[in-house]
Design a protein around this ligand. Sequence first.
Ligand SMILES: [Zn+2]
Length: 114
Amino acid sequence: MHETVVAQNLAEAISQEARAHGGRPVRAKISCGQLNAVNDEVLSFAFEAISQGTPCEGMTLQIEHKPLRATCRQCSNTFAVELSKVLCPSCQSDDFELLPDAPLLLEEIEFEKE
Ligand SMILES: [Zn+2]
């Protein structure tokens, strides 16, 4: 399952940072796109299970979903694509180019303050 692999990679990356930093991580922020989107609940659950007994145990994951973006070929406007209404918001054209989906990223880790 996609989320389990993501959770494993996150736990490893955060544990490594925690060792380098010498503190206990309390919160991490990650972001993902629409095509490689993760399910928040499934990921949090998988992360909780995987982080048992590691420095990541008990920390909170915050997941930001970034929208798909597109550039309009008519007016060069760049906009977030809503799947319910796929038109350029400034000229109502449906002639646009989809931009690459946002990758899954570990954006920041917050450590416990001493
Ligand atoms: Zn347009």
